[in-house]
Design a protein around this ligand. Structure first.
Ligand SMILES: [Zn+2]
Length: 70
């Protein structure tokens, strides 16, 4: 009885419905776009936060991703 439960499980993976997944995918995409903005464009004319705090915080990320910096 125990071996049958281990060797022949009845729990099968169920497919993810796109209708339930899509809002989370859109939310994640927006978060990623916001992160890319802060890493890549939060500087100079496109800056939303005054000062260099955001730039200095994400400075290594800018160099890692190849954004022009200095
Ligand atoms: Zn730099």
């Amino acid at each position: 009885m125990m071996n049958e439960a281990v060797l022949d499980p009845i729990a099968l993976p169920s497919p993810l419905p796109v209708r339930e997944l899509m809002p989370w995918a859109i939310f994640g995409g927006l978060i990623m776009l916001l992160a890319i903005y802060f890493v890549g464009a939060e500087e100079g004319a496109t800056s939303l936060v005054p000062g260099m705090y955001v730039h200095e915080f994400v400075h290594d990320g800018r160099h890692l991703l190849g954004f022009p910096c200095h």
